[in-house]
Design a protein. Structure first.
Lengths: 497, 115
C-alpha cells in the first residue's frame, strides 16, 4: 500500500499540477502559484520515496493490479529514486526561476502546464519497469519538450525545432524497432522478466542486435558521439528556464536508460566492461569540449559542455566496476544540479549584460559581484575544482579508471577537465572582467526569485562538495543494487524466479 | 507471410531513408511518416503473424484457444500509432511554419541556430 502510493505520487503531483495549470490558463498569478507548488509537491514525494527505498529496498507496484510480467510495473530502486529526487530539486528551482523571470504573457500562454507534463514524463521514465512503457514516457517528455522549445525560442525557433523533432523521431524509431525485435525474441517487455529471459545464452545471442539499436536510440537522446549535433543546435535557442530544464534533465534521461539497459538487460559487468563504449565516451568528451572552446556565446558554450560531460558519465557505465558505476551515478546527480544552475546564471548574465555573446559583455564582476559568485560556483564545479561537487565526481571516476587500467580514457578525462576550466575561464574573462562595452544596456534589476533559485542550486553544489560522503554512500548502494540484477528481478517478479 | 511482411518493412525503411536524405522539407516529412509506418509494421510482425485466429476467449474459457494471435503487439502498435500521429502532426505544423519563414523548402538553408 505504501509502495503503491509512494511510487505513483511523483507522477500524480506532476499530472495534477499540469491539469490545474491548464484549467487556470491565462491567469499569470495562478500559474505561478500552481507551478511552484506543484514542483514542491513533486520534491516532497521524491524525498519520501528515497527515504522509503533506502530503508526497505526496491519498491514496486503493479498498476491496475495486473501481476508482473503482464501488467505495467513501476519500480524504484535507489538509483531511480535518487534520479526522481534530483528531478524534484531541479523542478523546484527552475519553477521559482521561471515564475519570477518570465513575464505574465509567457506564463499565461501555458509554460507551466507543459513544464509539468515534461516532469511527469521524466519521472515516469525513471520509475517504469517496462520497456514499452519507457518508450511512452519518453514520448510524453518529448512532446512537452517540443512545445516548450518552439514556444519559447526566438525567431529561428521553428527551424531549429524542426531539426530537434526530426532527430527525436528518428531516435524513437530506433528504440521502437529494438522493442519489436526484443519482443519477438523474448516474448515479454517487462524489464525484470526480460532480464531473466535474456539470461539464457541463446536468447542473449539472438537479442544482441537489440543492444546496438538501444545504444543508438539512447545515445541520440543522451547526446553521445557521433550523434550529438542536434543538442547544441537547439538548446541555446530556447528560453532560459526551458533550456536549463532541458540541460539538466533531458539528456540525463537518456543516460539513465543506458545505465538501466546495460546493467539489467545486457549487463556489461559480466563482460568486464565495454571497450567500444569507453571509446565512444572518450570521443564524446573530446568533441564536446573542443567544440565548446570554439564558441563565443554563453549558452552555446554550455551546451557543448553538456555533450562532453555526458562522456564522463558513460565512461563510468562502460568501465562497469562497482566503483565506476557509483561514480557515474554521483556524476549524473552532480551534473544535473550544476548544469541547470549554469544555464540559469546564463540567463541572468543575459539580463544583466543585455547579451549572451561574449564580445558584447564585459566588466560584470565590477557591476554585479553577486552574479560573479553565482557563476563561479557552478562553473568551477563543472571543471572539477575542489572542494565543489564536480571535483569529487571526477576524482572517483579517475580512481575507477585507474583501477580498471583504462589509462587512455583517464588521460583524456583529465585533459578534458582542464579544457573545461579553460572554457569557463573564457566566459569569466570576457563577461566578468575587461572593459564594459560602450553601448552596454543599462542594468535592469535582476528578478529576486531567479537569483534565489540560482543561489539555492549553488549552495547545493557546495554542500554536495563538502558533504560528498553522504551522497557517495548512497551512490555506492545504488550501484551495488544495479550490479545485482537478481535483486531487481526478485522485487518485481516475487520469489518464484 | 512473414517473409512478405519482412520484405515490406525493408522496402518501407529503404524508401523513408532515401526521402530523409533528400534535403527538402516535404521529403523530410514524408520520410518521417514512412519511418514510423515501417516501425509499426515491424512491431506488428514481431509477435508472430497468425491468420484467422482472433485473440478472443470463448465463453467460460480463461484463455484464448490455442493458435490465437498474440494481442499484445496489436495493443503496442495502436499506442505507437497514436503517438506517432501526434508527433507527425506537430512536425507538419513546424515544417509549414519553418518553410514559410525561410521562403524555401531547402532544409539546408534553414541552418538552425548559427547566430
Amino acid at each position: 500500500m505504501t509502495n503503491d502510493l509512494l511510487l505513483v505520487a511523483p507522477l500524480l503531483a506532476a499530472l495534477g499540477s499540469a491539469i490545474a495549470g491548464a484549467l487556470a490558463a491565462g491567469r499569470a498569478t495562478a500559474q505561478r502559484v500552481i507551478g511552484v507548488a506543484g514542483a514542491g509537491a513533486l520534491l516532497t514525494s521524491a524525498v519520501a520515496l528515497v527515504v522509503h527505498v533506502h530503508a526497505t529496498g526496491i519498491a514496486t507496484t503493479q498498476l491496475g493490479n495486473w501481476p508482473a510480467p503482464f501488467g505495467i510495473t513501476l519500480v524504484a530502486d535507489l538509483f531511480s529514486a535518487l534520479m526522481v529526487l534530483v528531478t524534484g530539486v531541479v523542478a523546484l528551482c527552475v519553477a521559482v526561476y521561471a515564475a519570477s523571470e518570465n513575464d505574465a504573457r509567457a506564463l499565461g500562454a501555458g509554460f507551466f502546464p507543459f513544464f509539468h507534463v515534461l516532469l511527469m514524463g521524466v519521472c515516469g521514465a525513471f520509475l517504469t519497469g517496462d520497456l514499452f512503457n519507457l518508450y511512452v514516457w519518453f514520448e510524453v517528455m518529448l512532446l512537452a519538450s517540443f512545445v516548450l522549445l518552439t514556444a519559447t525560442a526566438g525567431p529561428s525557433a521553428l527551424r531549429s525545432g524542426l531539426a530537434y523533432v526530426s532527430l527525436n523521431l528518428l531516435a524513437s524509431a530506433f528504440f521502437l524497432v529494438g522493442v519489436a525485435v526484443l519482443y519477438g525474441v523474448a516474448g515479454t517487455l517487462n524489464l525484470a522478466d526480460l532480464a531473466v529471459k535474456l539470461g539464457q545464452p541463446e536468447a542473449r545471442e539472438a537479442a544482441r542486435p537489440v543492444a546496438a539499436l538501444l545504444l543508438v536510440a539512447f545515445g541520440i537522446k543522451a547526446g553521445l558521439f557521433p550523434v550529438f549535433f542536434w543538442l547544441p543546435a537547439s538548446y541555446p535557442t530556447a528560453g532560459v528556464a526551458v533550456s536549463a530544464l532541458f540541460a539538466g534533465l533531458l539528456t540525463k534521461v537518456g543516460v539513465y536508460a543506458l545505465i538501466r539497459v546495460f546493467t539489467l538487460l545486457f549487463p556489461l559487468q559480466d563482460a568486464g566492461g565495454s571497450v567500444a563504449l569507453v571509446a565512444v565516451a572518450s570521443a564524446t568528451m573530446i568533441c564536446g569540449v573542443l567544440a565548446a572552446a570554439s564558441q563565443a556565446h554563453v549558452r552555446r558554450i554550455l551546451s557543448f559542455h553538456i555533450v562532453s560531460q555526458i562522456g564522463y558519465m558513460v565512461l563510468g557505465l562502460a568501465l562497469a566496476t562497482p566503483l565506476a558505476l557509483a561514480s557515474a551515478i554521483f556524476y549524473v546527480l552532480h551534473h544535473i544540479v550544476t548544469k541547470t544552475n549554469l544555464f540559469l546564471v546564463g540567463g541572468l548574465i543575459r539580463r544583466a549584460g543585455g547579451s549572451e555573446a561574449l564580445g558584447e559583455l564585459g566588466a560584470l564582476a565590477v557591476r554585479r559581484t553577486g552574479l560573479a559568485v553565482l557563476f563561479a560556483v557552478p562553473a568551477l564545479s563543472l571543471a572539477g575544482v575542489p572542494p565543489l561537487s564536480g571535483f569529487f565526481a571526477k576524482l572517483q571516476l579517475l580512481r575507477a579508471g585507474l583501477d580498471a587500467e583504462a589509462f587512455v580514457a583517464v588521460f583524456i578525462a583529465v585533459a578534458v577537465g582542464l579544457l573545461t576550466l579553460f572554457s569557463m575561464a573564457k566566459i569569466w574573462i570576457e563577461a566578468f572582467w575587461g572593459e564594459a562595452p560602450e553601448n552596454a544596456a543599462p542594468d535592469p534589476t535582476l528578478p529576486r526569485g531567479a537569483v534565489f533559485a540560482s543561489a539555492g542550486l549553488a549552495l547545493l553544489t557546495v554542500a554536495l562538495g563538502l558533504g560528498a560522503e553522504g551522497l557517495w554512500q548512497l551512490a555506492n548502494e545504488a550501484a551495488a543494487t544495479l550490479l545485482e540484477p537478481e535483486r531487481y528481478v526478485r522485487a518485481v517478479l516475487g520469489a518464484r524466479s | 507471410m512473414s517473409l512478405a511482411v519482412a520484405l515490406a518493412v525493408g522496402v518501407v525503411f529503404a524508401v523513408s531513408l532515401r526521402l530523409l536524405l533528400q534535403g527538402t522539407l516535404w521529403h523530410l516529412l514524408l520520410g518521417l511518416a514512412l519511418l514510423s509506418h515501417g516501425t509499426h509494421l515491424l512491431l506488428f510482425a514481431a509477435g508472430g503473424l497468425v491468420a484467422g485466429g482472433p485473440p478472443l476467449a470463448l465463453e467460460g474459457a480463461l484463455a484464448p484457444a490455442a493458435g490465437a494471435a498474440d494481442p499484445l503487439p496489436q495493443a503496442l502498435v495502436l499506442t505507437a500509432i497514436v503517438i506517432a500521429f501526434a508527433v507527425l502532426a506537430f512536425a507538419l505544423v513546424l515544417g509549414l511554419g519553418a518553410g514559410r519563414d525561410a521562403k524555401t523548402d531547402d532544409i539546408d538553408a534553414y541552418g538552425g541556430d548559427r547566430g
